[in-house]
Design a protein around this ligand. Structure first.
Ligand code: GAP
Length: 453
């Protein structure tokens, strides 16, 4: 396969679209923003929820071997001692003796400050975990951390889940939630921020079967991204060299995506061995193991961890979906979003603002929104309204015109093909459902189906 050299869209265009259409705003914008923190606006929150729901459905609800969890962000400080984060979750930083700015020494090109050319200090390790305090006293005894990964919540609940679900190996625990890292180098929009969301799986397997499960999860996760509509040529596997493995990992492969700034990590899939269960068993004094009924012995499972970022998946689906073309004689920007994740599935557009069309259009809108997130727009020309929906990735528009009042039919317009079909209102919902499910057909009032070529 030949790799594309460059992403189709640049970051500026994406940031501008996200800002203009209410996908993403800078955090606390009226105060000048807070570096590397972002707010998801009305369309962004829908797209983000749809991504998380798609992951949850496929990874938890549609599998027999997975249990869901929602553990707390604040955890006992010993968790982070045992996990190695207090000791090892740090970047090497140097400080400029002139302007006092700090830089990651492993990312600096030379030995002078890139800002003012000043002399730099020797590198010192800077821990990336945010510290805070529980209770009213701010002393060492009350220090807690905002979790830098959701994973630890799953390890410390291993026994609870085993006892309450009676799962047998191999099985996984999955959760989606916020994580926090006081990143030194941020930027590239939502790619690297200080507060972000992860979708993580800890999959417990018998030692000796770990390589086979590692390979299974790499394939499974690549297929999941493809199912979201991301093009396979924009995804690439990058196995880690031994020297760059995290302290807990025996092996790791990143799924990289061709972002506007180049290939970069979308998800990491690691073989964590028995590191985490052994560490927490030692630190807590609890025997975190699995009793094998057949062999009549306790074993400590190995863990395969597919760890994905919600925000990076959001950015990847937007990059992948972005397109510019010409429609109905005008240039348009459009997002070819998969219907499962599009923020708005259907927009109802009365052809004109005239009072006569509004009641029927509003009735259709009220009916359709029982089933999906539906938009309603009657401002400006129909062409402008189609453009607006294309730009936010709405797969289908339903146009109500004056003939609709007579013949009780409406027009469905497809975002990608620009094809328009006229369907009876009574079979509109069934037709849209079929189309949202990816079937290229429309349903007749008697329930019959006509395939469109
Ligand atoms: N539990 C393993 C773990 O956290 P990681 O590679 O550090 O591994 C997993 O993070 C995923 O979380 C990354 O692939 C990325 O998608 C996301 N992620 C990590 N740091 C991030 C940040 N600062 N901003 C946005 N997403 C981040």
């Amino acid at each position: 396969m030949t790799e594309p050299a460059k992403a189709k869209v640049d970051m500026e265009k994406l940031v501008s679209l996200c800002r203009r259409r209410g996908f993403i705003f800078p955090s606390s914008e009226i105060y000048g923003g807070l570096s590397s923190c972002w707010d998801y606006g009305p369309l962004g929150v829908e797209l983000k929820r749809n991504i998380k729901d798609a992951w949850w459905r496929a990874m938890v609800q549609q599998r027999d071997d997975m249990a869901g969890l929602d553990s707390s962000i604040l955890m006992h400080p010993q968790v982070w001692q045992a996990s190695g984060h207090v000791e090892g979750f740090s970047d090497p930083l140097v400080e400029c003796k002139g302007c006092h700015r700090r830089w990651r020494s492993d990312e600096l090109g030379g030995d002078k400050c890139p800002e003012c050319g000043g002399e730099l200090t020797e590198p010192r390790l800077f821990n990336l975990m945010f510290k805070t305090f529980v209770g009213p006293v701010e002393d060492e005894a009350s220090v807690v951390y905002l979790r830098p990964e959701t994973a630890q919540g799953m390890f410390v609940n291993f026994e609870n889940i085993l006892n309450t679900t009676r799962k047998r190996l191999p099985f996984g625990i999955a959760q989606i939630g916020k994580s926090f890292r006081n990143e030194v180098t941020t930027g590239n929009f939502i790619f690297r921020s200080r507060e972000f969301e992860q979708m993580e799986i800890e999959f417990f397997v018998r030692p000796g079967t770990d390589q086979q499960w590692f390979d299974y999860w790499v394939e499974e996760r690549l297929n999941w991204y493809a199912g979201l509509g991301i093009k396979r040529e924009n995804l690439k596997l990058r196995p880690h060299d031994k020297e760059e493995l995290a302290h807990y990992a025996r092996a790791c492969s990143d799924i990289n995506y061709l972002f506007p700034m180049g290939w970069a990590e979308l998800e990491g899939i690691a073989n964590r061995g028995d590191f985490d269960l052994v560490q927490h068993a030692k630190s807590s004094g609890k025997g975190l193991s699995y009793y094998d009924e057949e062999a009549k012995e306790h074993i400590v499972p190995y863990i395969i961890e597919p760890s994905a970022g919600v925000d990076r998946t959001f950015l990847a689906v937007l990059c992948d979906a972005y397109d510019e073309d010409e429609a109905e004689g005008e240039k348009r920007v459009l997002l070819h979003l998969h219907p499962d994740i599009a923020p708005i599935k259907v927009a109802v557009l009365p052809l004109s603002r005239k009072e006569t069309l509004a009641p029927l259009a509003r009735d259709i809108y009220a009916e359709l929104r029982q089933h999906w997130m539906v938009g309603y727009d009657e401002a400006q020309s129909i062409g402008r309204r189609y453009r607006r929906q294309d730009e936010i990735g709405t797969p289908f528009c339903v146009t109500v015109d004056f003939e609709s009042l007579e013949d009780k039919h409406v027009t469905i317009r497809e975002r990608d093909s620009l094809r328009q079909i006229r369907v009876p209102i009574e079979s509109l919902k069934a037709t849209l459902q079929a189309k949202l499910d990816g079937e290229d057909l429309f349903v007749l009032p008697d329930g019959g189906k006509i395939w469109k070529e």
